[in-house]
Design a protein around this ligand. Structure first.
Ligand SMILES: CSC[C@H]1O[C@H](OP(=O)(O)O)[C@H](O)[C@@H]1O
Ligand SMILES: Nc1ncnc2[nH]cnc12
Length: 288
């Protein structure tokens, strides 16, 4: 299979430069419109699709991001590996603003989002015990090192609903729970990528210390943007290093991300809703 890299850009990352033959394409989906058109091109010979999570101009708040449409759009373009870039607050002293963190676990506290492609008429259960792809995460960590940033490999991301930042009591509680970073968009994105049998890695850029740290005040967006802007070059360099690390030919995922649905669908074939099955053809056609 041919590698195609999907990059989901987070806050402050609405564009990537340097793609050969780049064009923005509209991708309709049965789950509504993606956050924006998708920028498709090639980077060092490897096809790449870039989608700004909040849309150009930051139109979507974390709760209104069309997560299902975004994942469907990337899969329908042929993406095999999704690298999701996010801004996060740090919940620990040694993860400082400017550091990059390769997330591999989540605590999902989001409450107001569609979290599955499946539903009445086609029920399915995938495992998200290990919600990110270790192979892709290792490549993203190598790419971050090549980009010259300090990178922490392995961290738990607390996904909150937002859009307000946490209260002090919440921030302290999440630290006690063992969460390392906090953000508003990592879920259900990672769960949906797993349902769509895509390898998914999360690259989190630390922008602040949330509000728990006694030497730092409450989070403010100006500070977040200033840190993001200062680190935009690192994010670009990380993406530029990925094609050489992943290579053009993609072996089956050794961790089974691309086979996540093999035993997942529960609904008997004769009981399935044909409309839902049709909507699922891109993400789950392999097993339906
Ligand atoms: C601009 S601060 C809050 C905002 O930033 C993060 O977005 P993303 O994960 O897309 O980089 C965070 O999750 C919030 O949505
Ligand atoms: N402290 C924080 N809480 C939630 N999302 C964030 N994104 C960046 N910093 C954040």
């Amino acid at each position: 299979m041919q590698t195609m890299i999907g990059v989901i850009g987070g806050s402050g990352v609405y564009q990537i430069e340097g793609l050969e033959g780049a064009s923005w394409v509209k991708v309709p989906t049965p789950w509504g419109k993606p956050s924006d058109e998708v920028l498709v091109g090639r980077l060092h010979g490897i096809p790449i699709a870039f989608l700004p999570r909040h849309g150009r101009g930051h139109v979507h708040s974390p709760s209104s991001v069309p997560y299902r449409a975004n994942i469907h759009a990337l899969k329908s373009l042929g993406v095999t590996d999704v690298v999701a870039v996010s801004a996060v607050g740090s919940l620990r002293e040694d993860f400082a603003p400017g550091d990059f963190v390769i997330v591999d676990q989540y605590i999902d506290r989001t409450i107001a989002r569609e979290k599955s492609f499946f539903g009445p008429g086609c029920a399915a259960h995938v495992s998200v015990a290990h919600p990110t792809c270790p192979r892709l995460g290792a490549a993203a960590a190598d790419a971050a090192r090549q980009a010259g940033v300090k990178v922490h490999q392995g961290a738990t991301y607390l996904a909150m609903e937002g859009p307000q930042f946490s209260t002090l009591a919440e921030s302290r509680l999440y630290r006690q729970w063992g969460a390392d970073v906090i953000g508003m968009t990592g879920m259900p994105e990672a769960k949906l990528a797993r349902e769509a049998e895509l390898c998914y890695a999360s690259v989190a850029m630390v922008t602040d210390y949330d509000c728990w740290h006694e030497d730092h005040g409450a989070v403010d967006v100006a500070q977040v943007i200033a840190t993001l802007t200062a680190n935009a070059g690192h994010a670009r360099a990380l993406v530029a290093a990925l094609p050489a690390l992943l290579g053009p030919d993609r072996a089956p995922c050794p961790h089974g991300c691309d086979r996540a649905l093999t035993h997942a669908v529960m609904t008997a074939p004769d009981k399935r809703d044909p409309d839902l099955v049709a909507a699922l053809s891109v993400v789950a056609g392999r097993v339906l």
